[in-house]
Write a protein of this length. Sequence first.
Length: 572
Amino acid sequence: MELPEECWESIFSFLEHHRYFEPLSLVCHRFLSITNHLRRTLVVTDLTLESLPRLLLRFPNLHSIIFRDFHGNLNSVLSLISQSGLPLESLDVSNQMGFPLLGLKRLSSKMGNLIELKCSKIGTLKDSDLIEVGKCFPFLEVVDISYPDHGCDLSPNGSLDSRGFSGLVTDYGILGLASRLRRLRKIDLSGNPFITDQALVSLTLNCLFLSEIGIRDCDFITQNGIALAMRKNGNLKSVSMNGIGIPSIDACFKDSFAYARGLCDLDLSNSFISDEFLYLLAEACLPLNKLVLSRCYCFTFDGISVLLSKYHSLTHLDLEGANFLNDESMIESTKFLGNLTFINLSLCSKLTNSTFFSLIRNCPLLSIINMERTNLGLEEFPTEIVVNPRVRSLYLAWNNSLNDECLERVAHVCPNLEMLDVTYCSGITEKGILGILKSCWQIRCLEINRCEGIKNLEIDFELPKLEVLEVEGLGIDDEALTSIGKRCSRLLHLNLEGCPNVTSRGVEGVVGSCKLLKEINLRWCNNLSADIAAWMVFSRPSLRKITLPCGSVPSVSQRTFFLRHGCLLCQG
């Protein structure tokens, strides 16, 4: 009995990424039609520009369009999108040289119901642009104007040019935006150095639904302004800031937490935080589930232990750079972290194996552990080792004491591992890596860049789920590369930068076998033939980006020719 389309749609919707729609679309015309209608997001690059009109027709239910690595005429492309009739809700034009005001105006005439606009790291952003955005898209709920590129507004010596503030975002622009966006829920103002406390006041008074604010690297926003915003807006759930400090922080925030009763996400990175402030935060009894104190100073274990004992609800904890932490203090702290799903303890150099295995044992919901630049690998292993099937990602780079024996234990306690980064871990050999690959067969991403102890990596067993392999700077030879190609059928991204023993034969072996391969980096692989790029493009149609060896400079005509075949050539 044939299933109705609604059933197939429900089944396909369980796929976690739209890239898995591609093989389904090849099964039959019916599946092609269903997957086309299920596609919600489209990433526009230089590669997709020529086929964009067809893609807009093919995917009629696109809700989100993202521009990435795009160097074309953004205004004209936005004009094209405006004629598509798509139910567009989200647009990301970040990392562009200029603000596409003309294109956005045309888009608003057809798609004025846009609710999310991201313009991060965009050039020439100014107050008048923000005012026009407010006029064009009055229903916006999410706005990101973080870290605009002021390079065009500064003189060669780094000072403001003769136009003064005409090319920068100030309080005036934020007021013009806030006065028109009554539904605004989330805004990121980070990296706009000339906005002040007045901008926060404008937002809190005009945008009554505002619940998330990002104000990192905003030099003229003070502690008083942040505290005032918390008092004026009882809906605040997330505040992300940095660089705040003593002496007045305790006084500023003393009464503010009483008004911010819904605050559940607090980021205070790179700030001077006292124990007294942490006591104050503990006494506030907020519904806190995310706390970021990355690279903060002045607080001690006394302050953080009191806070953790009050907030058993924490799911995300970032203590990067808290170098006073040791194994004993972390083992004590894990008693309060039963709901934790993410922890970052990077740059805590006193932490060893004891901390890692205590987290595995006492935090049963943990999914992501970041312990880069610690002393993982030192000290004895605990006698009681508990398996934690929830752990999916481990970031363990720059741990010089990490060795094969420790990796073996890690593989035992994290059987469902999907992502492992052990970059620059010099004590690891290919024996340890092969051991963890055999035990953790669900691994999708493996980064072993610059691991001096790994001389080669010949794989003689199947890795059916590996999609990303980073082996930069290793001595992998052609035989090993060919074995990787045969055993990793779903490989999408391969980084071979600085692998001196790789020749054209090995590249042909891996590219010929990996039918889904999208990106390969061959920078500093100087033993390749001159025609290897052409061979790869024509032999593997799935390839979208090739980084060529240093010294290989494709001509404009070659770049254009390969681009028409769907592959971008990048100079090494």
